[in-house]
Design a protein around this ligand. Structure first.
Ligand code: NAD
Length: 475
């Protein structure tokens, strides 16, 4: 049992002023694996006070000092590789191979990338007599979701430290333990006291407390649109800057000259990854009518290569959903798809054979989906693909953009001109052409209701900075 009922405040592990705790469950076994403190407003106040006290000196550290710090953090992070993989598999149910190659790696790369960015980042610029400086924004409140316990936290933390901002982090209560490892990593790396503070607890107490706290200057949030809206409302009363990374309903446009097997693999891999619990998942697959039947057959074949099962088994590609709520949500969307008249090609409701314990669900594929159906418009956050046909590229782009979201887009095929036309035509913060490598220096974030602001690389650092003009500086 992991009983992590203390918060990390001002460089020390401290008890909560309250006594309530929250159980953490392993979604593959449904067993309680530990508990965390359900923090109080007083706990949050202490953490914010520590971050505020640490800000004057941390914000004045040199760029070289912060590069050294970020590199040290990356080194200490690497030393904890086995622990990180083990924790993510236990709390999220992520297959062990993905906990390593995706979750562990993404968490690491953000610290490395932030150190790299600082080597060339322009904090000052002279324009005639005027000096323009980018200064740290102040104390930042970071609120993160459960689906990528290291990636979501690391991208915010790396950018904040690079910018000289001190922080209070509230991780999601169902996958909190990875954040405790990060606290230990920062301690080992020698992060000054008060720069990083960790307070666990509910969204209603700690999350709300962060977005309305008078001593927090900036809230960086990743999660659902519903909560994002509440955060904006709270932040508005104090004119607090917010950055919101919200949901998506991203399209994958398959061109008529695509290799069909490759296209099917790309489509299935996209909804299978992290059991579909990915904000950028391509959940709407747009296929030319001319290749539809062949594509559907290829998808059915490919699914067999994505076994659902025990996350500890190295051969498992798809683990359980994170909890019973998420399981119920996904089941209700699958039912809705059937009720709305979409044709079930694979999967369906219920648990996969032999997996009665754990929040496992089947990779589910619908075709004959119309873009105005609920399953094509709402974020499901499960391994559910909607295949939608199109006649020509202009129609494909129109369908791709016919959503309230604009987080990501994907295009797969051969003709370069068409690939580029589709990539430019999709209104989303990040578009991927033919499965490129992850680029940690590229901005990440959403158009439309997918969010406000950007993370990753230099764009991520910018969020934690305020431009300041000193006129007459060089007069
Ligand atoms: P959520 O919005 O329910 O919770 C996110 C975080 O907010 C949690 O830490 C939660 O405790 C906290 N919270 C809850 N109520 C709050 C309140 N009133 N005030 C402040 N904080 C509060 O989201 P989730 O279920 O953890 O994650 C899934 C959602 O996150 C999906 O919609 C997904 O698309 C989105 N997401 C977006 C990105 C992105 O980068 N755009 C990445 C991952 C997940």
């Amino acid at each position: 049992m992991r009983n992590r009922t203390q918060h990390f405040i001002n460089g020390e592990w401290v008890d909560s002023t309250g006594s309530e705790t929250i159980d953490v469950i392993n979604p593959a076994t449904e067993e309680v694996i530990g508990k965390i403190s359900s923090g109080t407003e007083e706990d949050l106040d202490r953490a914010v006070a520590a971050a505020k006290a640490a800000f004057p000196s941390f914000s004045q550290t040199t760029v070289e000092e912060r590069i050294e710090l970020l590199e040290k953090i990356a080194q200490e992070y690497e030393k904890r590789k086995d622990d990180i993989i083990e924790v993510i598999t236990a709390e999220l149910g992520s297959p062990i191979s993905k906990s390593d190659k995706v979750h562990y790696q993404m968490g690491l790369q953000h610290f490395r990338q932030a150190a790299e960015e600082l080597k060339t980042f322009q904090f000052e610029e002279e324009r005639g007599e005027t000096l323009i400086r980018k200064e740290s924004i102040g104390v930042s409140g970071l609120i993160t979701p459960w689906n990528f316990p290291t990636n979501q936290t690391s991208t915010k933390l790396a950018s904040a430290f690079a910018a000289g901002s001190t922080v209070v982090l509230k991780p999601a209560s169902n996958t909190p333990f990875a954040a405790f490892l990060l606290a230990e990593i920062f301690e080992a790396a020698g992060l000054p006291k008060g720069v990083f503070n960790l307070v666990t607890g509910s969204g209603s107490t700690i999350g709300n407390g962060i977005s309305s706290h008078p001593d927090i200057d900036f809230v960086s949030f990743t999660g659902s649109g519903e909560v994002g809206q509440k955060i904006m409302e709270n932040a508005a009363s104090g004119i607090k800057k917010v950055s919101l990374e919200l949901g998506g309903k991203s399209p994958l446009v398959i061109l008529d000259d695509a290799d069909i097997k490759g296209a099917a693999k790309t489509a299935v891999a996209n909804v299978a990854m992290n059991t579909g619990q990915v904000c950028t998942a391509a959940t709407r697959t747009l296929v030319p009518k001319s290749i539809h039947d062949e594509f559907v057959e290829a998808v059915k074949e490919v699914i067999a290569a994505f076994p659902v099962g025990d996350p500890l088994d190295k051969k498992t590609a798809v683990g359980p959903l994170v909890d019973d709520n998420q399981w119920d949500t996904v089941q209700s969307y699958i039912k809705k798809g059937m009720d709305e008249g979409a044709t079930l090609v694979a999967g369906g409701t219920g648990k996969p054979d032999g997996l009665e314990k754990g929040y496992f669900t089947k990779i589910t594929v619908f075709t004959d989906v119309k873009n105005d159906m609920t399953i094509a418009q709402e974020e499901i956050f499960g391994p559910v693909m909607s295949i939608i046909t199109y006649d020509d590229i202009d129609e494909a782009i129109k369908i791709a953009n016919d959503t309230i979201y604009g987080l990501a887009g994907y295009v797969y095929g051969n003709d370069k001109e068409t690939l580029q036309k589709v990539a430019k035509g999709i209104r989303a913060g990040q578009v991927q052409v033919n499965n490129p490598r992850t680029d940690f220096s590229a901005p990440f974030g959403g158009f439309k209701q997918s969010g406000i602001g950007r993370e990753w690389g230099d764009y991520g650092i910018e969020e934690f900075l305020e431009p300041k003009a000193i006129l007459g500086y060089n007069a």
